[in-house]
Structures are given as structure tokens and as C-alpha cells.
Design a binder for this molecule. Structure first.
Ligand code: NAP
Length: 218
């Protein structure tokens, strides 16, 4: 699949490399077509990696992944261009974290709204799926690094888009039974509001390499 990866941070680079390793083509988007982090990332791949602006990455893609900071997500997606997102799967891995008052971060939106919903509302023609935001990027691309199978979520209004996300996650090693469909995009709220617990778990465990497993009655 041709994927436009919006974001040059650790998530964009790690997830982008993982997807290339799984056989996909990834164009990393940035505010600059020659972002040094993106150029260095591209140089580390013999094939499958490209760089460009947010707009170029989205325009050339079959599916787009938003891996930008929650506070700048809508700005980055506007730069990508609504027309370049229309009709496409848009996987939103961002979290609405506000570090302006230090650690632990607070959420910029919660309870009655979420960043996932804001993205869907701002780009109504995109098929937004909130996913992967509840785990470290190292775990995103290597679920087998954990000692047992764990759980991931998909949230979105478009059933086909959630199925496409499941298939993409499958190429990264996520078994279908590990991926729980929470429902429409309003269910993003719960996955984003898990982040205050996630950051405290990271502190308690001393590593970002963990995840939760949902266990139910036999
Ligand atoms: N760290 C993890 O393992 C993890 C796990 C799950 C979810 N997440 C979420 O994933 C997202 C990405 O995290 P990250 O640490 O990799 O990256 P980040 O540092 O939060 O974001 C980097 C991207 O934000 C863009 N950006 C910064 N200011 C901007 C602006 N004013 N307008 C448009 N774009 C702007 C940068 O553009 P340039 O390329 O132009 O500099 C860059 O591409 C976050 O929302 C985070 O909460 C992280």
C-alpha cells in the first residue's frame, strides 16, 4: 500500500520503517520537503521510502497516517489538504497531550469530545480511524516484543475503513483477535483518556514497552 506518513517525529519514523519492512511504500510528510529528519530516515532505506511536504505525502497516498503532535494535528492536516484526504483511510495515531505545564501532561480535549472526532469533523470526506495511539511506537511495529498477545483499538464511523486498518495492522503482526472495534469515532474519547494512565504506567514500569490485554469471560 502507498502510505502518506504525516510526521517526522519518533512515531512517523518508527512506524514508517515498520510499514516499509512489511512491504508498504511510505512517503514521510513534513512542513518542509527537505526536513533533515525525514531525509536521514529516507537515506536509511534502500527502497520504499520517500519524503515530501505534508501535501505531497497525502496526495500520493492510498492511505494517510497522522503522526503529528495533538496540538498541531489540525494544522498539519490542513496543510495536507482536504482534497488530498477525501475518500482516503486516515489513521489518526495522535494524542491531545498538553505538556505546557510539564509532566504529567493534561488532555486538551476530553469527556465530551476527542481529537479523533475533531479530525473527522474538520475533514468530513476523510475516512478517519483512531488507532495505535494507546501504545508506544516500538510496540506498534513489533507486537511480538511483549510476552503475550495484547489489545489494540479501532474507532471510526466507516466500517470498511476499520477493516482496512485491521488488514494494515495485520501486516505489522497484529492478529485480528487483538484488534477491538470500539464503535464510531466518538469512542476515540476513551482511548485518548487512557493516556493519563498510560504515562503513569510508563513511570511505574520504567519502560514504554508494555500494553494492556482485554480479557473477557470464556
Ligand atoms: N511516542 C510514541 O510512541 C507515541 C505513541 C502513540 C501515539 N503518539 C502520538 O503520536 C504523535 C506523534 O508523536 P511524535 O513524538 O512522533 O511527534 P511530535 O514531535 O509530536 O510531532 C512531530 C511532527 O509535528 C509537526 N509539527 C510541529 N509543529 C507543527 C505545526 N505548527 N504545524 C504543523 N505540523 C507541525 C512536525 O512537523 P515538521 O516535520 O515540519 O517538523 C513533525 O512532523 C503525537 O500526537 C503523540 O502523542 C506517540
Amino acid at each position: 500500500m502507498r502510505i502518506g506518513m504525516l510526521g517526522t517525529g519518533i512515531v512517523g519514523r518508527t512506524l514508517g520503517s515498520g510499514l516499509i519492512g512489511a512491504g508498504h511504500e511510505v512517503t514521510m510528510g513534513s512542513r518542509s520537503a527537505t526536513n533533515p529528519m525525514a531525509m536521514e530516515w529516507m537515506a536509511g532505506h534502500e527502497t520504499g521510502a520517500g519524503v515530501g511536504t505534508f501535501e505531497q505525502a497525502a496526495a500520493n497516498a492510498e492511505a494517510v497516517i497522522n503522526a503529528t503532535g495533538g496540538g498541531v494535528t489540525l494544522e498539519a492536516l490542513r496543510a495536507a489538504g482536504a482534497a488530498n484526504l477525501a475518500g482516503k483511510l486516515l489513521i489518526d495515531v495522535s494524542n491531545p497531550l498538553d505538556f505546557s505545564k510539564g509532566f504529567p501532561p493534561s488532555l486538551t480535549v476530553s469527556n465530551t469530545d476527542s481529537l479523533g472526532e475533531q479530525v473527522q469533523a474538520a475533514f468530513p470526506e476523510a475516512r478517519v480511524v483512531k488507532s495505535l495511539n494507546t501504545i508506544s511506537c516500538d510496540v506498534m511495529v513489533n507486537p511480538g516484543m511483549l510476552v503475550q498477545p495484547t489489545s489494540l483499538f479501532v474507532c471510526g464511523n466507516d466500517v470498511a475503513a476499520k477493516q482496512e486498518t485491521r488488514e494494515l495492522l495485520g501486516t505489522l503482526g497484529w492478529a485480528p483477535e487483538s484488534v477491538i472495534d470500539l464503535g464510531d469515532i466518538t469512542t476515540s474519547r476513551g482511548t485518548e483518556m487512557y493516556l493519563p494512565l498510560w504515562v503513569r504506567l510508563m513511570g511505574a514500569l520504567g519502560t514504554p514497552h508494555f500494553n494492556i490485554a482485554i480479557v473477557h469471560q470464556a
